[in-house]
Design a protein around this ligand. Structure first.
Ligand code: PLP
Length: 276
């Protein structure tokens, strides 16, 4: 008989909604489940977007955001928090106020500052707040290269080691700078994990052709889930990278522009559409 006292670890995903299901909370739920955990969610904003770009960002009333987060934190033992699109300064302040009172829960933050199609999703006030108050709460920060440039505030310096040391100085416990958006990247993607007083760990992957929507959400949620199951940070990062690389390799297109990583491969395989 099913033992109700044993449940998968709970990961609280805080982020925005993408109606196309490629990125945001839906991506988080799928990646968290595929990596052995249960996703609880709190919506920061709704968006209007298709597979090409985001046209509107509609923040959720901040008191409703707080109530969503507190409902889960007050009820469940949350093993990790994953934060994606914050979307507004009041949302950032609300998230920070609450998480300060839960300092034992590891926080993994994917700083979504712009949509894949180019729309800005964060203004300078929000970026300043993230730098000063959310980054110091992070067990792991996962910017891509353009996000690292903006968050490090390094006046255009693009050297990975310099950007990472600035982000660690801001208070992040560790930083994974992902290489998928590196404009100088060739056929290889190099991800760099920085932890204080250690040489960076480089992880090399074959660059896959095409544009994908939700790959950052997929990666960061997978890492948060693996941390929630008790994996040490470097192993959680490496396993999260392997999971998200194969999700992208099996990605599919539902619309005209960016493809969606296949986060549920083993579940969907064998269904009639798969030719099985
Ligand atoms: N979350 C939402 C709701 C978004 O709209 C976006 C990008 O548009 C993202 C997250 C980040 O997507 P990606 O993982 O492709 O960086």
């Amino acid at each position: 008989m099913y033992d109700k006292s044993h449940h998968p670890p709970v990961v609280l995903a805080i982020g925005g909604h993408d109606p196309g299901g490629g990125a945001g909370i839906q991506a988080d739920i799928e990646a968290i489940a595929a990596n052995g955990c249960h996703a609880a969610t709190a919506l920061t904003c709704l968006t209007i977007q298709d597979s090409c770009n985001v046209s509107q960002l509609l923040p959720i009333d901040v008191s409703i955001l707080k109530d969503q987060i507190n409902a889960t934190l007050g009820d469940c033992r949350v093993a990790a928090v994953k934060i994606g699109l914050v979307g507004s300064l009041p949302a950032a302040q609300a998230i920070i106020d609450i998480l300060r009172h839960h300092s034992t829960i590891p926080v993994v933050f994917d700083p979504v500052l712009a949509a894949g199609g180019g729309s800005e999703l964060a203004d300078q006030d929000l970026i300043d707040c993230l730098r000063q108050t959310l980054i110091p709460l992070c067990r792991l920060l996962t910017p891509n290269q353009p996000e690292a440039v903006r968050l490090a505030g390094s006046n255009g310096v693009r050297d990975y080691d310099i950007m990472a040391s600035r982000l660690l100085e801001l208070g992040a416990e560790s930083v994974l700078i992902t290489g998928s958006h590196d404009p100088d990247g060739g056929s290889e993607i190099i991800h760099r994990l920085y932890q204080p007083s250690r040489p960076p760990t480089l992880s090399r992957w074959q660059r896959l052709a095409g544009e994908y929507h939700g790959s950052g959400c997929t990666l960061t949620s997978a890492i948060a889930a693996r941390m929630a199951t008790g994996e040490a940070l470097p192993a959680a990062v490496e396993q999260g990278l392997a999971y998200s690389w194969s999700a992208v390799a099996q990605g599919f297109r539902t619309g005209r522009c960016q493809a969606i990583p296949e986060r549920l491969g083993p579940i969907r395989r064998g269904h009639p559409h798969d030719g099985g």
